[in-house]
Design a protein around this ligand. Structure first.
Ligand SMILES: Cc1cc2nc3c(=O)[nH]c(=O)nc-3n(C[C@H](O)[C@H](O)[C@H](O)COP(=O)(O)OP(=O)(O)OC[C@H]3O[C@@H](n4cnc5c(N)ncnc54)[C@H](O)[C@@H]3O)c2cc1C
Length: 430
């Protein structure tokens, strides 16, 4: 079969691409999806009496473009609500409000003193000599230069080494931008002396569906764009760049333009392009907790001896999802291809130690195979060239996994919209 455009993957990126193709009255395309269902990581699972997203999916909207797309164009204004974040860092058996650097007031005297002393040292040395900023080579250098040794060693470095499953001195810092708020000397001093309003950071408020799980977003895109005839539930196995052909588990298809949203490492394997891309696996446990006294949206765990790096409570996203029950997601990271194999008992015991006298019932335990792409040196040196090589072959690799980057649902929708305007000259009659 000949199709002008083929999209691989019916997650948020692929679906948004399809939506904007249709909006431009272009219908000569298909999407391949290997699962029996659309949505990718934005699916909501129903198991027994429980409903939950694949892990906590909070919708942070920073651009007017995507806000308009979701609220007005897809008419989701009455379906989504704004939710305030209540997040903490579990630190020395205490729940310290997030972000750490604004909550120094809550720490013990020794930690406050150490953090302030190191921050001021770094601050003064930067005034004398700016080379330590110019010489930043990795995440560890970056943290030391902007937060001082105290905040870095007590939180930033151990937490990030856990989530990325990678050493801080080998990890890049290009991803940090809006995800990690910086802070100045005045604020650090103020935050040590008194409790202050901690609503900085990229995720102080987020949107979430009022009545359903996050799946309402991919499902609405699918429905509004009427993609029923465009989505083929087939798994792409191989791509031939010279013949411009996609081979699936059922058939083969010719394309003019190929849009890839599946993980770039898998895609490069399919075209036999050698690479050293690295990513993490997140193991997610869904647990119901009875008798939970602590209220929170999510909590970060920097400790090496606690297996999980973050837990969150779906009840704080939408309490109707599970009739006011406390249903938690527990996230554990490992470097691909080795999934984490901590025993369920150990995880349950850890939760009991943290939350006291609670009853824990494990509802689900699964893995998200490509979770965080690791910003390491091979990526830094080769990614641009790989993407350019693909473009020369009429292949656009987009989205968090296709373009191999740290990004959000909003980023997925932006990428889908952007690629359609980029290729529009070749496709639509003006
Ligand atoms: C642990 C975790 C937490 C997150 N939390 C948030 C959050 O709070 N807020 C937020 O905004 N974002 C969050 N994200 C990011 C968000 O999930 C992604 O940005 C977004 O879902 C990516 O969509 P996508 O379509 O690019 O990829 P995916 O959702 O991965 O979709 C790719 C699709 O391709 C299909 N596919 C794969 N291989 C093949 C094949 N061979 N043939 C055919 N189809 C194939 C897959 O089945 C899938 O449906 C989180 C991600 C993770 C991992």
């Amino acid at each position: 079969m000949d199709k002008k455009v083929i999209i691989i993957g019916a997650g948020l990126t692929g679906l948004t691409t399809a939506y904007f193709l249709k909006k431009n009255k272009f219908n000569n395309f298909i999407l391949f999806e290997k699962e029996g269902k659309i949505g990718g990581y934005c699916k909501t699972i129903k198991k027994n009496e429980y409903k939950y997203d694949m892990t906590g999916h909070a919708l942070h909207l920073k651009t007017e473009e995507i806000k308009y797309f979701l609220l007005e164009e897809l008419s989701l204004k009455n379906e989504l609500k704004l939710v305030g974040r209540e997040s903490y860092i579990y630190f020395k058996n205490k729940f310290v409000p997030y972000p750490f650097q604004l909550s120094l007031y809550y720490l013990d005297y020794e930690d406050k003193y150490y953090i302030l002393k190191e921050y001021i040292n770094t601050y003064c040395s930067k005034i004398k000599d700016t080379t330590n900023i110019k010489n930043i080579k990795n995440f560890k250098d970056y943290c030391y230069a902007f937060f001082g040794k105290g905040i870095s060693d007590l939180f930033m470095i151990p937490y990030n080494e856990k989530i990325w499953s990678y050493p801080a001195e080998k990890l890049g810092f290009e991803w940090m931008g809006r995800f990690v708020p910086k802070i100045d000397l005045g604020k650090i001093i103020e935050a040590t002396l008194k409790p202050i309003k901690n609503d900085i950071g990229y995720n102080s408020q987020f949107y979430y569906p009022k009545n359903t799980g996050i799946e309402i977003i991919p499902e609405t895109i699918y429905r509004k764009a009427q993609l029923g005839n465009n989505v083929f539930y087939e798994e792409v196995i191989k791509v031939d760049l010279n013949l411009k052909k996609v081979y699936t588990d059922k058939s083969e298809y010719k394309y003019n333009i190929l849009i890839n949203t599946l993980p770039l490492n898998r895609f490069l394997d399919m075209i036999q392009y050698s690479h050293e891309l690295k990513s993490t696996i997140t193991r997610v446990l869904i647990v119901e907790i009875e008798n939970l006294k602590k209220e929170f949206s999510w909590i970060y765990f920097p400790q090496k001896n606690i297996p999980f790096y973050r837990i969150g409570n779906f009840k704080k996203f939408n309490s109707k999802l599970n009739n006011e029950k406390d249903l938690l997601y527990v996230e554990i990271s490992s470097l691909y291809p080795m999934p984490n194999n901590t025993s369920k008992n150990e995880i349950v015991n850890e939760l009991k130690k943290i939350f006291g006298n609670v009853k824990v019932n494990i509802v689900d335990d699964f893995i998200m195979e490509n979770s965080y792409v690791v910003y390491e040196s091979w990526r830094k040196q080769n990614l641009d060239n790989v993407l350019k090589f693909l473009e020369k072959n009429s292949i656009y690799s987009i989205g968090r996994y296709g373009a191999w980057k740290y990004d959000s649902m909003e980023g997925a929708m932006l990428d889908g919209k952007k690629i359609v305007s980029q290729i529009s000259n070749n496709l639509f009659e003006k």
